[in-house]
Design a protein around this ligand. Sequence first.
Ligand code: SF4
Ligand code: SF4
Length: 268
Amino acid sequence: MNETIRHEVRKKCADLDIPLVGFAPAGRWDAPLFEPWIPEAFRPRSVFPETNTVIVIGLPVSLPVLESAPSIWYRELYRTVNALLDQAGYRIASALSAGGYPSVWIPRDGYGSISVLMEKPVAFFSHRHAAFLAGLGNFGVNNTLLTPEFGPRVRFASILTAAEIEPDPVLEKPLCIRCQRCVEACPVHALGGEDYPEGLTDKKTCATRSEALSKQFMAPCGICIKVCPVGEDRIRFLREDPEMYDERSTRFGQYHRAWKHIRSYGGG
Ligand code: SF4
Ligand code: SF4
């Protein structure tokens, strides 16, 4: 195992302002931890046979911007975070390859468009599962990966590398507190309320909503991740009370007026 490479990758991530980075050996994909598990064709060595380690990087979406979702503001944040992640993944893979370790980056999205997603609701590689196996978090009722730092408000990309790097342990303690806020907040009832993977998102229903929002320049939806109480970012942004998203709450009227204003412009 190469401690120097681990240190150098972490330093490069710090230079790129990437707060989350985890390392998983490719062999972890071959030892199922729950069912249904990742099919063989979707595992790192099937995609890039030289893979010994998967490096997963994560960038947060800022909670106060996400709170306006669905909105043009969140849409632009989402696109910006995606672009930064892709550039960082590309740069890390290029640096490793130049250093003698063949490496490739996998972009944070693998759908092409929402209409493609409607037909085929999976990508050729799952970053959520990679992030789980790299110890960055574990799954919530909302089917996203919850992290201690940002709850589900994180976007991920992965780098498949031939380098053998000291791995991180999988995070065993569940972060989801099963509060069901995500289930109750989903406007199209696409979440069943069971723990992952018993309760899988109704992807067609969720994608249909995304498609409608996309036509209004207000996708993605983001509601089931903004209401989740998990994540230290809630403390940082002074948003520890998830009751603030209840439209009937008079205590948070100032916030509701701001979100209404933002949603009224730039999309819709
Ligand atoms: S993204 Fe929106 S539509 Fe999809 S599950 Fe979450 S709240 Fe429901
Ligand atoms: S909102 Fe509650 S139930 Fe849903 S993922 Fe977060 S902690 Fe789990």
